[in-house]
Design a binder for this molecule. Sequence first.
Ligand SMILES: [Zn+2]
Ligand SMILES: [Zn+2]
Length: 85
Amino acid sequence: MNIIMKCGHTANGFKIVDGKEIPCCIICECTEPSEDQTMVKKLDGREAMCNYCGHKTQSKIDLPFFKYKLNEKYDEYYDGCFGWD
Ligand SMILES: [Zn+2]
Ligand SMILES: [Zn+2]
């Protein structure tokens, strides 16, 4: 899902609201998409760092649990180093 939520994460799950599936961030339980979806284009040249192991990779909107951090050197993502559950 290439939708950035208000919390800064990309949408990483769905929530059923009134029988409708809406994209949400399951980390913050945020169901509101950010008004600024253009930040996707600002990722060029940025790097994302895994919270747990510090592994770095090129920032991409489709990284797992990606979080765009405008004011910081590195964005955030999770590379699965601790498993997925
Ligand atoms: Zn979030
Ligand atoms: Zn990691």
